[in-house]
Design a protein around this ligand. Structure first.
Ligand code: SF4
Length: 316
């Protein structure tokens, strides 16, 4: 039999993948990537297929039918989307069913009994999702009824503790999995403040907007204008890479200086320069020359660094 396994690289889906293989199934691990996940190197996984769901995810984020979790994490709708994608893949490769590593009641929003059942129904995969870690506590699925899966082999894990799954991984000699939560940035309140600001000010979000949310200090100068100031070498490089022709690129030359990017209205260039100056090594000088590049031309502006109190007013 062929089985699509929703795989995130975390402990639970790694266990689910391993257990499914033990059923003598040909497994087809499926990884859903989107730009709100922090980058990680997935363990080498044979036959892994990756689908980028960022576009659909952005629509969900704006208007999640089943609401948000503690922060701006639309987990129920996100799970439904993933199951829909898994269904499509299952049909394409003519697989028999879907496996997930979900554990009953492990996550407050999306893994309660009702939510699991609701997600299956909404995704059109009712009875087709086997959950090896908690399946013994859930209604029998179609693959069980058909005799493809032995219900006695399904575990009865429930709740938030990872003690049992960790010891199970140990007994199975599984060591290559990533930390819990899967690195979804939407569970981080600080990041969500930025997301909320972006959604307040911008109707349409594109991938670059999300990439910009992940780096630097963010300052909202007007609904249409924002400034991002790098905090270290890596972020300075990212800022350069994310520049678009309309942006203004600011820096203080000949000293330790952040790279900064002004996205929006030029009339805020002076404020942007005073903030950029504040984070340069010349911040205590009376007058600081801040350079800015725009459409191939470089100009300079002389400013005094903004003081901390003022900086705090603009910062998100
Ligand atoms: S934590 Fe993020 S990636 Fe995971 S289900 Fe929730 S929204 Fe989706």
């Amino acid at each position: 039999m062929k089985v699509v396994v929703l795989y995130s690289g975390g402990l639970d889906s790694t266990l689910a993948l391993y257990i499914t293989k033990e059923w003598d199934a040909k497994v087809f691990p499926l990884y859903m990537s989107h730009k709100f996940l922090s980058l990680k190197n997935l363990p080498e996984t044979p036959d892994l297929k990756t689908i980028d769901i960022t576009k659909e995810f952005i629509d969900i984020l704006r208007n999640p039918q089943h609401g948000y979790g503690k922060t701006l994490n639309p987990c129920v709708d996100c799970r439904i989307l993933m199951l829909k994608k898994a269904k499509k893949y299952m049909k394409k490769i003519k697989a028999d069913f879907i496996v997930t590593g979900e554990v009953l009641d492990q996550r407050p929003m999306s893994q309660h009994f009702d939510q699991l059942m609701l997600s299956d129904k909404a995704a059109g995969v009712e009875g087709m999702v086997v959950r090896p870690l908690s399946g013994g506590l859930l209604p029998a699925t179609i693959p069980e009824k058909k005799g493809l899966v032995d219900r006695n082999l399904l575990l009865k894990i429930k709740g938030r503790s990872r003690k049992f799954t960790l010891s199970l991984a140990q007994t199975m000699d599984l060591t290559k999995f990533s930390s819990p939560s899967g690195g979804c940035l939407l569970t981080d309140p600080g990041f969500c403040r930025r997301v909320a600001d972006l959604m307040r000010c911008q109707e349409k979000l594109v991938v670059r907007d999300i990439e910009l949310l992940k780096i630097g200090r963010l300052f909202r100068l007007s609904p249409e204008t924002k400034l991002i100031v790098g905090r270290n070498e890596t972020e300075n490089k990212s800022i350069e890479n994310l520049l678009s022709p309309q942006d203004f690129f600011l820096y203080v030359p000949d000293t330790g200086s952040p790279n900064a990017i002004l996205v929006g209205d030029k009339k805020y260039i002076k404020i942007a320069a005073t903030i950029t100056a504040r984070y340069s090594d010349k911040k205590n000088e009376k007058i600081i020359e801040v350079f800015y590049k725009h459409k191939g031309k470089t100009k300079k502006i002389r400013v005094k660094a903004m003081d901390n109190e003022e900086v705090a007013k603009w910062r998100i």
